[in-house]
Design a protein around this ligand. Structure first.
Ligand code: PEP
Ligand code: MG
Length: 593
């Protein structure tokens, strides 16, 4: 029995058997192949080896030309590894005897070889492990690009807690199943995509737990406390009872928070909207249950992951957005165009390998470089907007006015195209996401040519403070109360107000009662939260005075140190938060943010 700690990112308490996913196996697909598929699987493996050999040869020649033979020899070593008989024999045996798909059989073989290398004393030989890993990655990449396999759901028969070194958002589809009740990872922070997904799926999660993937064994009982950031491994009966008792208590408090469907108005009569951030159309059920005011952010990239390796067709887009708009029953639905790329999502169309993808060809930049993909999405989206109305289009990662004009021109072109086909369209609101500091600084200019603005604090924080949102080592710097962040937020909100257009905010900051009160004080009126947090945030905002929140923030912004501002704001707002949502929840809110 032991208890580890990490960062609580998604509330709730879950108990289940551990499904441990090691660092190495993470991106490797795993499924069973049938007898009649064995030959095809072998052929896939040999084809991949052939392609790898050609690539390595080309690299070798290139290196020899540029740097000389000495350096080219690295690739001779790679070719020898690729041709190693053991590697291919064991992989083929794995496919045949254990009916593993070839990616998995290869990973297992390499894993075993690497563990032998790790034990060798000779540093030179140990280093050769790196070459094996390199060749392995090359083979896996080739296999991924050839694969037509759609991830098959795991056949889980008991409640399961996924314990992993890290989880990619592209694992989301795979993880979106009933028996998965909790996540624990070594990597990732509060605004990482795993955290956001866990919230969206209403799965308790604790991230940033050092060494957990080595500590827990498959099948071991694990409790995930997503309120306090604790993970209990093989808990005693008493400990389990304690956790389950706490779960009941939280559920009781949650039920009593407020009635879900009334208007949201502060005590001094300022009207607010609180919408939901969603990733899957299925989440509309939760949004309705918690009474969210429509959808403030639909992350459409998850649709791309669902159809991978194929791209979604115009009709796939149309069907997905139609489901959401129909379920929203006339309430506003903001659909964000594709935000693939960066650290977030893997998709075949992006398999180019950039040195610095977070600042690379991602989101709108990628869409503008692939008008075919952008066109299919916008056509599907505009068709739904024409049928349902109140569907708004949000474009991620806009960095300046010129880029924004290109997007607008492209949308106009597609609107005309559809009009020529007889699709009736009244003006569909189009807005940039403000999540790059340059966009926040130019928010006034952007606002003049936009129908609305939506602030994304997750990326804005990452780019403003140069803090990788998924890196635990620098998570301590990720403070939304940093004066630079507060100034950018205030400027953006003011810019929207001056241009008389709505400004909403869909980053994680709005899903935290303390963050939401801070934003109210900065003048924000439209919030979009994780569905599971809507009830808490709404309850707190309803009891707040806008005038008072403004005063608090006016004084807070005179301070120059983010930590000091955070403490100041906490002191000012904690009594209200405690009164509304209770000591336990308020305590959690404070320690996590
Ligand atoms: C954000 O960056 O704040 C945001 C809402 O978008 P995402 O988390 O999907 O990057
Ligand atoms: Mg973002």
């Amino acid at each position: 029995m032991s208890v580890c700690t990490g960062v609580a990112v998604s509330h709730g308490i879950a108990v289940g058997a551990a499904l441990v996913i090691g660092r190495f196996e993470l991106e490797v697909p795993h499924y069973r192949v049938e007898e009649e598929e064995l030959r095809a699987e072998w052929r896939r493996f040999h084809r991949a080896r052939r392609q790898a050999r050609e690539e390595i040869q080309a690299l070798r020649d290139d290196t020899a030309g540029k740097l000389g033979k000495k350096y080219a020899a690295i690739f001779d070593a790679h070719r020898m590894i690729l041709d190693d008989r053991k590697l291919s024999r064991e992989t083929m045996e794995g496919i045949r005897d254990q009916r593993m798909n070839c990616e998995w059989a290869l990973a297992k073989t390499v894993h075993r070889l690497l563990s032998v290398f790790e034990k060798v004393d000779d540093p030179y030989l140990r280093e050769r492990g790196g070459d094996i890993a390199d060749v392995h990655q090359r083979l896996q990449r080739i296999l991924a690009s050839q694969s037509n396999h759609q991830a098959k759901p795991l056949n889980l028969t008991e409640d399961t807690v996924v314990v992993a070194h890290a989880l990619l958002p592209s694992d989301a589809i795979w993880l979106h199943q009933e028996r998965i009740v909790g996540f624990v990872t070594e990597e990732g922070g509060k605004t990482s995509h795993t955290a956001i997904l866990a919230n969206a799926l209403e799965i308790p999660a604790v991230l940033g737990v050092e060494g957990i993937a080595d500590e827990v064994r498959h099948g071991e009982e694990v409790i995930v406390d997503g309120f306090h950031g604790k993970v209990a491994i093989s808990p005693s009966i008493e400990m389990k009872q304690e956790f389950l008792g706490a779960r009941e208590e939280f559920e009781r408090i949650g039920r009593g928070l407020d009635d879900a469907h009334g208007p949201v108005e502060t005590v001094d009569g300022v009207e607010l909207t609180i919408a939901a951030n969603i990733e899957f159309p299925e989440e509309m059920k939760t949004v309705k249950r918690v009474g969210g005011y429509g959808v403030g952010l639909y992350r459409s990239e998850f649709l791309f992951l669902a159809t991978a390796p194929k791209l979604p067709s115009e009709d796939d887009h149309y069907q997905a957005y139609k489901r959401i708009a129909a379920a929203a029953e006339g309430r506003r639905v903001i659909i964000r165009t594709l935000d693939l790329g960066g650290e977030k999502y893997f998709h075949k169309v992006l398999a180019k390998g950039e040195a610095n993808p977070v600042m690379g060809l991602r989101a709108v930049r990628f869409c503008l470089s692939r008008p075919d993909i952008f066109r299919a999405q916008l056509r599907g989206l505009l068709r739904v907007a024409s049928e349902f109305g109140n569907v708004w289009i949000l474009v991620p990662m806009i960095s300046g006015v010129a880029e924004w004009r290109r997007v607008r021109a492209f949308c106009d072109e597609i609107t005309s195209e559809l009009a020529a086909e007889g699709v009736q369209l009244s003006a569909v609101p189009l807005g940039p996401m403000i999540e790059v500091p340059s966009a926040a600084l130019c928010a006034g200019d952007l606002a003049k040519e936009s129908d609305f603005l939506a602030i994304g604090t997750n990326d804005l924080l990452q780019y403003t403070l140069a803090v990788d949102r998924g890196n635990r080592a620098v998570a301590y710097l990720s403070n939304p109360w940093h004066p630079a962040m507060l100034r950018l937020l205030r400027e953006t909100i003011v810019a929207g107000r001056r241009a008389d257009i709505p400004v909403s905010l869909c980053g994680e900051m709005a899903s935290d009662p303390l963050g939401a009160l801070t934003l109210l004080g900065l003048g924000l009126l439209s919030f979009s939260c994780n569905p599971v947090m809507i009830s808490e945030v709404r309850s707190v905002l309803r009891e707040a005075s806008e005038a008072n929140a403004r005063e608090v923030m006016l004084a807070a912004m005179d301070l120059d140190d983010g930590e000091q501002i955070r403490r100041f704001v906490e002191e000012a707002f904690s009594p209200l938060i405690r009164r509304v949502i209770g000591d336990e929840l308020a305590g959690r809110t404070r320690s996590e943010t």
